[in-house]
Design a protein around this ligand. Structure first.
Ligand code: MGD
Ligand code: MGD
Ligand code: MO
Length: 830
């Protein structure tokens, strides 16, 4: 028996301290609903979390054919038994009574239930007519970072070689396209260099625009456990909000929104000026040092202090920590990827590691993070703007090789232009060249910027929209055909986390009604469309998850993301396994680039790169001359001001993001009592100084307006940087109380009513984190308080405001044990 802990009140649970270079102790977290005892569980089914990119392994408890709880997997390398609040409680959404159970088609303006044959026939006849009349470029697919590897691979083959369209991308464009681009720009190829194990060894851990405490709570537990042990790491945090990471940091920098490049250039300036560089490493493994040094030559801390509104001395302290670390681990996420000059900024973090030789050894690593649980697979399978297996669309040999794998003519695979990115696909749909858009596992009517525009695009009569989801989401309501999907726990497949760890997710229970796995839907479509290879055989000859996985292994062979050494059987063991896994590395690979840079040679690289300011492609010839030996590339970039800056009409900067209790547009977490109650409605965070200046206080209802639109929320006064507003983007117009119908009041609460249609020139990732806004009072609070949690970055600045602490009470209780084998030795180590 372990401790029982309210995991809503204490999202990170209890501490299991450990020392530097030690092994992270185990702690097994279990939540079983409704008083079910472990002995009463019929079956434990292996999977990993699907509500973030951490890849926390767990077993799902099944009783009488229903999921009744979860237990962290003690032997897994990623979490050693721990689970975060969403992992513990989130599975309950699967059993919601409002799951889609039958396909729907639009008849006389209304969505009505039908059978699968009717829905699929309608999609197939539309596809055939469009292919005949307008060609493959009239069909687009917009997918997810939440399906399984087998599903993305199947979709990539059917879209790229079956339909022959270039218009296939994922919501990973909104999420990790900058991570991928930054890795490609620096290392010539995607692939996460670091490992979570680096947390055990680092003496400095730096989080750049990454609220790890809330968005990867289990790795944050690992950091906390080190902070409680001997020789704790020092933390550097770059975030304008008082996140838990910021509160624990030795140095916290809270820059003005959109100024990351100025700040990072100043850090590089100081590191180089102080001589904290590894000349041997630079010489052996990089090109471009002189250009980088020149680019940051003038970028003194004093210069950056004005731009970023951060004290110059503080920048110096951060540079000193980063510059003198023995083993530096950096993580980068949306505060960089969705901010201004995203790729340029993310690349500067790679540069810090390269000039310091901080790569490829324990504790020295970069984690250009992923966000979504399966975003890595979207990228490697080519269901985003890349070809499968990190192949280079501009390299004819790579295209020919892919054509060999698929047994098609190379000309079948569109490679006349870069694969179309999601923002461009919506533009094409707006302009009318895309006439059919198949949306799977994403809710763009809440998650894309500038929602009134997105609704207008999706509502057009001339656009035939297919939406494949679990629920009748804001997006599904605008569709012509809605397909009910089975999800995690109801289907089998694999997925890969942010440190390349592959997990197998088994089927625990039957999906509701007629819902089908996304894989079966894609296979059904491919069969009905009769896609053929060049010998007349079926283009797609696999029939289930495991045969799809085997097909993908053949496609990944010899590529950086080599899966050939993995099998479903091997993945059913005690832990996930990190790719590449092949004959040379049968147990997987913990770190990339341990012996230098591997995939940047001109014939092997995934891309020849881009100009980080304009996005213009570097040509193959230029790449060959700049980087003939395939080293890492140091790329300096000048700071440019954000595209919108505050004015008298819009005096604030506005940013948006997440809270620990909710996932994205809340289709799952909004249906879970513990999570929904912890943060039931939208709020807006504002600084003490700004609240005083505008006469605002806790719970006041305000309108936040930008040049695009407006939204309403109640105020929470926090220690956020002055001049900045923060809104969680989780809340669309679906409401647990209000049901499905868009209502006048709740419709205007999505952060993306206000955000801008703008994207990074290199990664094409939308700029969600930097726009301007005004705030005006709608109604003074008469005792109402905002729905913002108190446990996290949204904690009130003052404790005397009468805001009750966020708690789960009896419903939030979960068990923790550090002695899962009953040896009586707490802290039992792996
Ligand atoms: N609880 C929870 N966890 C999740 C998810 C979720 O929805 N909920 N989603 C998953 C996904 S898909 C993703 S992508 C990740 C995202 O994970 P994170 O990137 O950690 O989350 P965000 O809240 O989007 O943004 C992080 C921080 O960026 C800061 N920021 C804003 N503007 C700037 C800026 O200009 N510069 C800097 N330096 N910082 C800035 C914000 O203050 C915020 O605290 O989380 C994953 N995990
Ligand atoms: N303003 C602002 N906007 C943002 C962000 C931000 O920080 N600020 N962050 C961006 C980021 S990083 C991300 S990742 C996106 C997320 O944006 P979305 O992807 O739109 O968000 P989700 O709510 O996760 O939508 C996933 C959908 O897939 C469905 N689904 C879940 N599992 C399955 C399955 O197995 N099969 C199928 N077919 N469907 C399934 C869910 O019900 C849900 O409707 O939002 C982006 N938008
Ligand atoms: Mo994301």
């Amino acid at each position: 028996m372990g401790n029982v802990v309210d995991r809503i009140a204490q999202p990170w649970g209890g501490r299991t301290p450990y020392d530097r270079h030690g092994a992270w102790p185990v702690r097994v977290d279990t939540y079983l609903a409704g008083g079910v005892r472990p002995e009463a569980v019929d079956q434990w089914v292996r999977t990993a979390s699907i509500l973030h990119s951490d890849g926390d392994a767990m077993d799902v408890a099944v009783r009488h054919g229903q999921v009744v709880g979860v237990r962290g997997l003690v032997t897994d390398r990623v979490n050693r038994g721990r689970l975060g609040p969403k992992d513990l409680f989130g599975w309950q959404a699967n059993a919601s009574t409002d799951r889609l159970t039958k396909p729907l088609v639009r008849e006389d303006g209304r969505l009505v239930e039908c059978d699968w044959d009717t829905a699929m026939s309608r999609i197939v006849s539309h596809s055939r007519a469009l292919l005949r009349d307008q060609g493959p470029g009239s069909i687009g697919f917009y997918t997810s970072g939440q399906l399984f590897l087998e599903e993305y691979y199947t979709l990539a083959v059917l879209a790229r070689a079956g339909i022959g369209t270039n218009h296939l991308d994922g919501n990973t464009r909104l999420c990790t396209s900058t991570a991928a681009e930054a890795l490609k720009e620096s290392f010539g190829c995607d692939g996460q260099p670091g490992s979570y194990d680096d947390i055990d060894h680092a003496d400095v851990i730096a989080c750049f625009g990454h609220n790890m405490a809330e968005t990867q709570p289990v790795q944050w537990m690992r950091v906390l456990d080190r902070l409680h042990g001997d020789d704790p790491p020092r933390l550097v945090c770059v975030d304008p909000r008082p996140t838990q990471v910021a509160r624990r940091a030795t140095v916290h920098l809270a820059p003005r929104g959109g100024t990351n490049v100025a700040l990072f250039n100043a850090l590089l300036h100081e590191i180089i000026r102080a001589g904290h560089i590894d000349g041997g490493y630079i010489e052996a493994h990089t090109v471009g040092f002189d250009e980088l040094a020149k680019a940051v030559e003038e970028c003194t801390p004093r210069w950056a202090a004005d731009i970023c509104d951060v004290p110059a001395a503080r920048i110096g302290e951060a540079a000193e920590l980063l510059g003198t670390a023995e083993a530096l681990l950096s993580t980068v996420l949306q505060g960089v990827y969705q901010s201004h000059q995203a790729t340029a900024a993310a690349v500067q973090i790679n540069n810090i590691h390269l000039v310091r030789g901080m790569l490829g050894r324990p504790g020295a690593g970069v984690l250009q993070m992923n966000g979504q649980p399966t975003a890595q697979n979207t990228r490697e399978c080519g269901a985003n703007g890349d070809l499968p297996g990190f192949r280079n669309w501009e390299n004819d040999e790579h295209v020919t090789d892919l054509a060999r794998v698929w047994n098609v003519d190379p000309a079948t695979i569109p490679h006349y232009a870069p694969p179309t990115h999601a923002m461009q696909m919506f533009r094409y749909a707006e302009q009318g060249s895309i006439r059919m858009l198949w949306i799977s596992g994403t809710n763009p009517a809440v998650s894309l910027p500038d929602l009134s525009r997105v609704r207008a695009v999706l509502s057009q009569d001339r656009l035939f929209t297919v939406v494949q989801d679990l629920f009748l989401t804001e997006t599904a309501q605008l569709a012509d055909v809605v397909l009910p999907a089975a999800t995690w726990g109801e289907k089998k497949g694999t997925f890969t986390n942010a440190d390349r760890t592959v997990h197998l997710s088994d089927k625990a229970v039957e999906p509701p009604g007629e819902a089908r796995p996304d894989l079966d839907i894609f296979l059904d479509y491919a069969a009905r469309m009769e896609f053929r290879d060049k010998d007349g055989g079926p283009l797609i000859d696999w029939t289930d998850a495991e045969s799809a996985f085997e097909a993908w292994k053949r496609c990944s062979a010899g590529r950086p993301c080599d899966y050939t050494g993995l099998t479903y059987d091997a993945l059913s063991g005690g832990s996930g396994i990190q790719w590449p896994c092949n004959e040379q590395a049968p147990d997987g690979t913990d770190r990339l680039y341990t012996g230098g840079i591997t995939w940047a040679r001109p014939d092997e690289c995934e891309t020849y790169g881009k100009d980080l300011v304009t996005g213009a492609s570097v040509s193959a010839v230029e790449y060959r001359s700049l980087n003939p030996g395939g080293k890492a590339m140091l790329k300096g970039v000048e700071f440019l001001p954000p595209h919108e800056s505050p004015s008298s009409t819009y005096p604030f900067q506005l940013t948006s993001g997440r809270t620990v209790y909710h996932f994205h547009t809340r289709t799952k977490t909004g249906r879970v009592p513990q999570l929904n109650t912890a943060a039931p409605d939208v709020w807006v965070e504002t600084a003490v100084r700004d609240a005083e200046a505008h006469g605002l206080g806790e719970g006041d209802l305000v309108e936040v307006t930008s040049p695009r639109g407006s939204m309403r929320a109640r105020v929470r006064v926090t220690d956020i940087r002055p001049g900045l507003l923060f809104v969680p983007f989780h809340y669309g117009y679906w409401d647990t109380a209000g049901g499905h119908e868009p209502s006048g009041t709740t419709r205007g609460r999505a952060a993306n009513e206000t955000t801008i249609t703008d994207w990074d020139p290199a990664s094409k990732q939308p700029v969600f984190k930097t726009c301007v806004a005004a705030i005006s009072l709608v109604e003074k609070s008469t005792g109402q308080i905002s729905a913002a949690p108190t446990t996290t970055a949204s904690a009130p600045a003052r404790t005397d405001t009468g805001v009750p602490a966020t708690e789960g009470r009896a419903a939030g209780l979960a068990e923790e044990t550090t002695d899962p084998y009953g040896h009586g030795t707490p802290g039992d180590r792996l």
